[in-house]
Design a protein around this ligand. Sequence first.
Ligand code: BG6
Length: 489
Amino acid sequence: PQPEPCNIVIFGASGDLTKRKLLPALARMHHWNLIAPNSRITGIVRNHEWDIDHWRSYVHDALQQFRPDCLSDTAAWQSISDMLALTVGDLSDAQTYTRLQETLISADGKTNVLFYLAIPPEWYERVASNLNAAGLLNESSGFRRIVIEKPFGSDLASARELNRTLREHMKERQIYRIDHYLGKEGVQNLMVFRFANTVFEPLWNRNYIDHVQISVSESLGVEYRAGYYEKAGALIDMIQSHLIQVMTLVAMESPVSLDGDAVRDEKVKVLKAVRPIPADRVSEFAVRAQYAGGTVEGKRIPAYRDEPGVDPDSTIETFAAIKLYIDNWRWQDVPFLLRTGKRLPNRVSEIAIRFKRPPMNLFSESSSQLPQNELIFRLHPDEGMVYLLNAKLPGLNDQLRELALDAPYAVAGADSPEAYETLLHDALLGQNALFSRADEVEESWRIVTPVMDAWKQKQSIRFYEAGSWDIPEIETMMQGCVGCWRDLS
Ligand code: BG6
């Protein structure tokens, strides 16, 4: 559906997120008619040399670089360009907000505003407070929503504090904490797969599932974000947010509806049931490592410590793996293994559900066990589902082979939306099921806290060669699981 006309206000309009993700997403939404006429896209920048023409050419350049297809039609560009407005000013200056107020337009008797905070998180509280002081969060003339990006705090205490201060200025339902993994088609498909079919759900529990592996392997390094990454590391950058979110969708009970709170209530129950990792046994449940120099996809890569902006003695992890248990009836003692890293051999993301073995092997004279059935939701490089089964090898023999029922997710000719398009569209519609609620974020911090604390105390880190999976420690995490880590190469 087409959302109501809205003022989309981007704080941090000259930043990287705006250029790479938000503007391309808005252009595609415009292409699909998902931005109502009479909407406006207002950029806020600090640089006083910017004027509206500069902003227009900035948007044009961003689209040229990241979404050139949206520029092929000059009329389409003209209508995007007509929607643009600019406010120049310092974020701590009350007058910036007064000027912003003046750019807002109304349609159908309403002044709806979606504020996108594409700015460093240190600014969230100040901007929320200034918006509130200027009356910009008051919903008497239309909705007022605010989208924020991770990291939501840097530990449990700071996340709680951030949530508390944001709620001094607005209601929880006005806050949209974005986690772009929830906007991925393949991730949303998890819920559909589970709750729109009858076949697998009865098996979806500790009686049939041996363990679950959630893997995000990246070939890219830290890129241009060393400043941020040096504070985050793989545990916070990926596991505390994206991978734990994905885990909740695998593990949750069916919500009573798709309403935002109904879905998030179920996800929070999963998070609350995650068994705390004992502080003195962290190394059994979590592994970290950092890339040394090596070769990735044929290219020579420097060590993480040699990347620009990285401390040459950094002990920040670029690889993290964690093993979690969910203490409830459905999942008691089923390991959930989460791993992610940068500068691994290739880019692969998937969720693998590994089922238990049949109770005996009828088909072979040897005592060897049958391979386990596996269901894999592939997120990258292409989205799809694979079900691995045992089948007979054709011919006069009694041999078995592994059969892969492989279903690509994409429909020929269909143009799948990017995660940011889905999520911005949902935010405009006021649908918040795919956004993290305060209690989800806090529970995720609780889960990773013992690992963060233990790793902070250690002044050393082990290395893996860039472009390799040379992190043998993760094998010990397989204790209690049948089978080994999936080979992602
Ligand atoms: C971001 C992280 O949230 O997700 C990045 O900050 C990471 O470090 C990225 O590279 C991965 O997202 P995707 O969609 O490319 O798998």
